[in-house]
Design a binder for this molecule. Structure first.
Ligand SMILES: [Zn+2]
Length: 262
């Protein structure tokens, strides 16, 4: 059993979604009995939300801007500097032209490299998709698909009650061929989310749900490491579904979900 000191040390990692599953579970167990840790977690969560919202940029004073601008090298466009270097070299020889041209090419190359790096950075959406895949693999490996095993939405929905600060919509789609199997609380994008597990024939479909401000968004589908993923936003919630079932099975599930208004 984790003691209070160990638990407090893990709280920041818990908030950032960096703990292993077993650490998270142990911390959950501890927090269920420790008011101090629960309060501290709420405090840290509020503080980090505030930091994210605050505009931390500060405008530079005009005088500083002027000094920096004056200190910068000539502000001629690159092509003009290249051409200028060439014509200045003129007939007096090519050696003098070679140095600036070489420098310019070197900085072009550096620009291309950093642009390439920039373009290769994963978007938030791709990062989330990868986290979803990792999460799904982990839950299958430790055989931890759900904490509440029930096909009854009236059992599953209240089960989330004390564990999340929002109420995920829980619908059964048994009549449509996707019976509800259970649910669990998990971590995605640094927060606690509801996971509803449905079954399509032999394949589980895990549906991650958490509140999301913003306009409703139509479903988008992708495949990653053999898993099919769909995500959309409706009725103030983010939905990310992942399964090893086929693409058409998943899109069938998604359209049934949407018919329920979610
Ligand atoms: Zn504690």
């Amino acid at each position: 059993m984790m003691d209070h000191e160990q638990a407090s040390a893990l709280l920041p990692g818990y908030l950032d979604g960096e703990l292993s599953l077993s650490e998270s579970l142990a911390l959950d167990q501890h927090m269920a009995q420790c008011d101090a840790c629960r309060l501290e977690l709420a405090r840290q969560r509020a503080a980090s939300a505030q930091l994210r919202q605050a505009d931390l940029r500060v405008a530079a004073p005009a005088e500083l801007v002027k000094r920096i601008t004056a200190a910068l090298p000539g502000r001629k466009p690159l092509w003009r500097r290249l051409l200028g270097a060439g014509s200045a070299a003129g007939s007096s020889g090519q050696t003098s032209a070679r140095a600036p041209l070489g420098l310019a090419l070197a900085s072009l190359a550096a620009l291309a490299v950093s642009l390439g790096l920039f373009l290769r950075l994963p978007s938030d959406e791709q990062r989330l998709a990868q986290e979803l895949v990792n999460n799904n693999i982990r839950s299958l490996q430790v055989d931890h698909l759900f904490d509440v095993a029930s096909t009854d939405q009236h059992t599953v929905k209240p089960w989330f009650g004390g564990k999340l600060d929002f109420a995920p919509p829980v619908v059964d789609l048994a009549a449509q061929g996707y019976p509800l199997k259970g649910g669990r609380v998990d971590y995605l994008a640094g927060q606690r989310v509801a996971v509803l597990v449905y079954r399509d024939k032999l394949h589980p479909i895990s549906l991650f749900v958490w509140p999301g401000a913003g306009e409703p968004a139509a479903p988008r589908f992708e495949e990653r490491l053999g898993y099919h993923i769909a995500h959309w936003r409706a009725a103030g919630m983010n939905y990310w579904a992942i399964t090893d079932a086929g693409a058409s099975d998943l899109s069938g599930f998604v359209s049934e979900m949407q018919k329920t208004g979610n």
